[in-house]
Design a protein. Structure first.
Length: 361
């Protein structure tokens, strides 16, 4: 099986990608809206077919990317029956199975942090994804969204701690850099729920946390109740994107060769190779401006931040770095030409070999 743990630093949130290696069918648990492009790139690069996005609960500190993945990949949105959402494809109950290829996740209802929390257990019970019900040496707060410390105590003791001791547990958050734990560890060391702690101990602890509300709660909860569907303004922004830019898992914005061929006259094309390469074996694209990568930073002050820029080099490696430099400098309409001049020539597209001096930028 393919397994990846993904992290969003802003919300200290984990997402989990699981796929059947034989069929390449996949599920994604607790996807984060702001990490959509990164995670979609990973799915593409691994050649996976995303079947489901699963949320463990209605999050209060970040927005789910479930709707975005359905819009892009055709995946189905699944969440707990008692989560109170609209726009989902599948509501899950205790004992349900979520299949992907020859593998599946079994649903365990674990309310308490919110009224609709679920834990997803791998078919062989090697792993379980606990959301905020059980954290590493902790537990999710119980003071909003139908939270109930007594229900959470019962959920953890009866639905999670009854898994085999060797079961690895993966939460939706961790704020101390920890990545996972096990049933045996939490039964022994969890200061809120482990050892000889009683329900009364847990209720007393949770009732006196005195925590401020999550900073993004007013935005996140309404958005998550509609499974992450963007508002009208956000949808308009998505529709008006300047190009079909896809961000690689390495974080590089790229446009496909075919798009550049059709839209060459609409963008400023900057070639970041050295002068000898510009007029060398591979030649250069008509209208391309030569500016070697080493001189890029020094030329940016006079550039129009609103211009649409495509950068190119021999293979797409140096121009990938150029795209990241431009983004860091405040350019929002930037993309690397995927595959560079090697891909351009490989497609039989015309090039120019006449000597051209460095562009005046």
């Amino acid at each position: 099986m393919i397994f990846r743990q993904l992290f969003d630093a802003k919300a200290s949130a984990y997402s989990y990608l699981l796929a059947d290696e034989a069929t390449r069918e996949a599920v994604l648990i607790d996807a984060v809206y702001e990490q959509f492009q990164r995670d979609a790139a990973l799915i593409d690069e691994l050649g996976l077919a995303l079947r489901f996005t699963l949320d463990t609960h209605v999050h209060a500190d970040h927005v789910t990317a479930a709707w975005l993945f359905r819009h892009r990949c055709g995946s189905r949105i699944a969440i707990g029956r008692h989560a109170g959402t609209t726009g989902h494809d599948l509501l899950l109950d205790e004992g349900d199975r979520v299949p992907f290829g020859t593998r599946w996740l079994t649903v365990r209802a674990t309310p308490g942090h919110t009224g609709g929390c679920l834990t997803y257990v791998m078919d062989d019970q090697s792993m379980a994804f606990t959301g905020d019900a059980l954290l590493i040496r902790g537990a999710g707060r119980t003071d909003f969204q139908d939270g109930d410390p007594r229900a959470l105590f019962a959920s953890v003791r009866q639905r999670i701690f009854t898994l085999p001791d060797h079961t690895l547990l993966y939460p939706a958050h961790d704020y101390a850099g920890r990545t996972g734990t096990s049933v045996a560890e939490e039964k022994t060391f969890n200061p809120r729920l482990g050892g000889t702690r009683s329900e009364g101990d847990f209720v007393g602890f949770m009732s006196n946390l005195d925590l401020p509300p999550p900073q993004r709660m007013a935005i996140a909860v309404p958005a998550n109740l509609r499974v992450g569907e963007p508002s009208g303004d956000a949808l308009s922004a998505m529709a008006s994107s300047w190009a079909p830019v896809a961000r690689t898992y390495a974080g590089v914005p790229e446009v496909p060769l075919a798009w550049l061929v059709e839209h060459r006259r609409e963008v400023r094309l900057v070639d970041v190779r050295e002068p000898a390469e510009f007029d060398g074996e591979l030649g250069h694209i008509e209208g391309a401006e030569l500016l070697p990568l080493g001189g890029l930073r020094g030329a940016l002050a006079a550039w129009d931040r609103g211009a649409s820029l495509v950068v190119v080099c021999r293979s797409g490696a140096r121009s990938a770095q150029a795209a990241l430099i431009l983004e860091a400098a405040g350019f929002s309409r930037v993309a690397n030409l995927s595959g560079g001049m090697i891909a351009w020539r490989g497609a039989g597209l015309p090039v120019i070999h006449s000597q051209v001096g460095a562009a005046s930028l």
